[in-house]
Structures are given as C-alpha cells and as structure tokens.
Design a protein around this ligand. Sequence first.
Ligand code: GLN
Length: 243
Amino acid sequence: MSDLVLVHLYPDLLRTYGDRGNVLTLVRRAEWRGFVVRLEEITRGERLPPDARMIVLGGGTDRVQDLIGADLLARRDELTEATGAGAVIIGICGGYQLIGHRYVTAEGTEVEGLGLLDLETVAAPRAKRIIGRVRARAAIWGRSFELVGFENHGGRTTLGPGAHPLARVPRGQGNNGRDRTEGAILGSVVGTYLHGPVLPVNPKLADLLLARALAPRTGGAPLEALDDRLEAAAHREARSLKR
Ligand code: GLN
C-alpha cells in the first residue's frame, strides 16, 4: 500500500535539463519522511493509474511536444477529473505550455493543450528565445518565497483571467518577457518555465506540492521539516550564477 502514487508522464520524451531530478526530489522528500511512494513512468499509449495524486510533465522541444500532442489530448478528461479530485499537476516549460489551451510552435504548428490552465503560448518564428538564469518571487497557496532556476523557451505565454501567475520576475524573463509574470497556478495545477531542474534547488516549492498531494494521508497537516542545508547551499549557488 502506498501513500502517494506519483506519475512521471512521458519520461522518455519530456526531459530537457534534467527534469527527472524533479521526480527524484519529490520521491526522496516523501520517503525521508516515512511515506511510501509508488512511482509510475507512463508514456504514449500506456494507461494512467486511477489513483495518481501527483503528475509531473517535464520540458521538451517543439518536435516532441507535437509528437505527444494527440496522446496527451486523449487523457484530457481523465486528467481534468484527477485534478478536480485534488491531484497535483506540475508542468515544466514544454509540459507547462501543454497544460494550457494551446501551443503554436516556431514552425506554426498548433498543438492543442489540456486547457487545465487558462493560458496560451505562441512561439513567433523570428522572436529571440528567452534564455537565462531566473530569480523569482513565488506566491502559491498563501506562501511567498524565492524561486531560482534556468529558462530556455521560444514560446511566449499569455495568461487569461482564470490563471494566476506563479511568480514575479524582472522584465525580459518569465512567461513572455513583458508582463513580469512567471508560471501559472490554478487550484492544484501548477506550471513553471524553470528548469535546472527546479525542485532540488527550491525545496519549499517541492514541499508545498508534496503536502498538497499527500493531504488525503496527512489530513493536510504540515510536513515534518528536513535537514535542508545542502538544498539551501544549492539554492544559493543557483542564485549566484549569472549565465
Ligand atoms: N519547445 C518549447 C519552447 O521552445 C519548450 C522548451 C522547453 O521545454 N525548454 O518554447
């Protein structure tokens, strides 16, 4: 019997910049607290476990996003139902774009998204990619803290009125380079452009996601604190990098 069923969706395709590190961070931080985690790696054509409480989608190239588009769309009802029942979804970069309404690639191909977040993304053919280190101020579920990471995307994301920004960034970074927003959140669905991977160096974000996914087990009680000296040092290091 497991306390948490964690799904890594398309681990063979959505995996730029070490996104698997996000999954490992979630698994370890739960296990260090004594929870039993069942990790399921699900790719195209495979069924999602019905008891999934957390789903991770990593980043990927335009080509890969196009490749998984139809398979992801076939899961729309299931994923909408899962999040309605409180399952947490975290999408990173390419995965983040695909949980919005649509992504138009640099070549002009339109990939329909899950529509779980009210946003859309367009990669204008000649626009510069948004690339670089990011320091952001996150606001999620009543908590505010610093996020650090690395972004590299051609797509510009515009949030609709139904999505809240996950964080604030300096102009030139984040969702579109214009409005100083980074990522998005609605209920238990969270998206971010931050790679690196993002969760090992941002344990506060990892723990908030975990606490929410584990709520049926814990009754919503806060998670026990861990010795995060190493993670804090990694966070400082990531923050100090210029390129
Ligand atoms: N292909 C998408 C873009 O360029 C996402 C990139 C990524 O996941 N790093 O915007």
